[in-house]
Design a protein around this ligand. Structure first.
Ligand SMILES: Cc1cc2nc3c(=O)[nH]c(=O)nc-3n(C[C@H](O)[C@H](O)[C@H](O)COP(=O)(O)OP(=O)(O)OC[C@H]3O[C@@H](n4cnc5c(N)ncnc54)[C@H](O)[C@@H]3O)c2cc1C
Length: 408
């Protein structure tokens, strides 16, 4: 801070005042909760508004990579140990044929070189772990944001339930169909990436994966991930190339569709899908949006999928979101004006997430390609990095400073 004698009293008062006091976050997903924890550490009054009526067990497993885990640990030291205990530290990744037989097993120990092992976890448990780090009264369920208005002093946020709150800073963490982004920039339709997804988490005691394994089944224009997510729960994610979006009429139809698609797969894999209650299978088109050049207007910004929705092909959606959360808080801990903090946040985050978004879109298609030469060429051109260099660049992303409270 510049405290030179040329500053008059009012300027000094201004500089010593906290930059912001009240922060409103829309969305209690992984990004909203992570950034809430980070900003509370700086001493801000942080309130999170979530449209869901309660935290329900969502059927998704996630792979957490070293970059995401490094940043989570910086936000809340010790949290990664809790996550590892809840999920599964991957020791081996196995490639299976459609009969369910393992045809290759690769040790997954290279991730350790970047600070943390690859860890698979149930999305819902991760959400619970993050939420448990915040006072319950700071998370407001049943608050669907429908818009906001800002001026030079504050931002007013409106909810479907008729409530209205005012804050110094608004962060839209409301996912790929973000209302905050739509109000701020205008959304349009997400871009469909010609890939459909069906996924769930179920308790499953049959031997389909050994402890510490992550499975990948390569079919013809389709594939399946098998994730151990702890305590005998397995997440299966089935994806299939589909030029058009296909939305089933009901849950039973969605399950039947998956079963008919894998009719020639082995018994162990079909049984896993058969054992899944239809209502627990989430059917989604895989979508992203083109990267933006700016995420901010005034005192409103975006984070996570609201800012940079990407295909899950390289598993960086949540991981890059944890980087956003830490870096946004870091920018506020260092700046003396909101504009500077948010400009610095964009400078740090947009170039990196743009590259990851673009690579993820190509990655989705590479799963289905019979000849990867053209896709590999495009990937190389996009980032000027080989696949190995790109992976190293993603996982090796380091925190450059620690978070210090603004108002100790
Ligand atoms: C099939 C699949 C597999 C994936 N696998 C991985 C993986 O292995 N690794 C990885 O890193 N990422 C993965 N991802 C991506 C990851 O799930 C997301 O990138 C991550 O959850 C982003 O977090 P977020 O908080 O930005 O958004 P979300 O997690 O989508 O959370 C948004 C929250 O906002 C709430 N909300 C929405 N609208 C409103 C509103 N108007 N008012 C109030 N609340 C609202 C929602 O209810 C939700 O709680 C995967 C995604 C898919 C589809």
């Amino acid at each position: 801070m510049n405290t030179s004698p040329t500053h008059n009293r009012t300027e000094l008062e201004q500089l010593s005042k906290p930059l912001i006091k009240k922060v409103a976050i829309i969305g209690a997903g992984l990004g909203g909760l992570a950034v809430a924890i980070a900003l509370r550490k700086l001493g801000y009054d942080v309130q999170v508004y979530e449209k869901a009526q309660d935290f329900r067990p969502i059927g998704a497993g996630l792979g957490l990579f070293p970059n995401g885990l490094n940043f989570l640990d910086a936000i809340s030291p010790g949290i990664v140990e809790t996550i590892k205990n809840s999920g599964c530290v991957v020791k081996t990744s196995v490639l299976k044929n459609i009969q369910g037989e393992t045809i290759r097993a690769n040790p997954a120990n290279s991730y350790h070189n970047y600070g943390h092992p690859l860890t698979t976890v149930w999305w819902w448990r991760l959400q619970q772990i993050l939420a448990s780090q915040l006072p319950a009264e700071n998370i407001h369920l049943n608050h669907r944001c429908i818009g906001f208005k800002q001026d030079e002093h504050s931002v007013n946020i409106f909810f479907e339930n008729g409530k209205q709150v005012s804050a110094d800073l608004l962060i839209g963490c409301d996912g790929i169909n973000s209302v905050v982004r739509d109000t701020l920039i205008g959304n349009g339709q997400p871009r469909y990436l010609q890939s459909m997804s069906w996924r769930t988490v179920i308790k499953y005691n049959q031997e389909i994966l050994n402890p510490g394994e992550l499975g990948f089944v390569k079919g013809n224009k389709d594939f399946m991930f098998l994730l151990n997510v702890g305590e005998d729960y397995i997440s299966w994610v089935y994806r299939r190339f589909s030029p058009d979006i296909m939305i089933s009429k009901n849950a039973e139809d969605a399950k039947s569709l998956v079963l008919s698609n894998i009719a020639d797969w082995g018994e162990s894999l079909r049984s896993l899908v058969e054992a899944t209650p239809a209502a627990q299978i989430a059917e989604n088109p895989i979508c992203d949006r083109l990267p933006l050049n700016s995420w901010t207007r005034g005192r409103v910004t975006l984070l996570g999928d609201a800012a940079h929705p990407m295909s899950p092909s390289i598993g960086q959606g949540a991981n890059s979101t944890f980087e956003d959360a830490y870096e946004l808080a870091l920018c506020f801990s260092q700046a003396s004006r909101i504009e500077d903090a948010l400009a610095n946040y964009e400078q740090r985050r947009i170039p990196r997430t743009k590259l990851i978004q673009n690579r993820s879109a190509l990655g989705e298609m590479s799963y289905y390609a019979t000849d990867r030469t053209e896709i590999d060429k495009q990937m190389q051109e996009q980032s000027n990095m080989t696949s190995e260099e790109f992976q190293n660049w993603v996982f090796n992303y380091k925190l450059d400073q620690s978070l210090n409270p603004v108002n100790p």
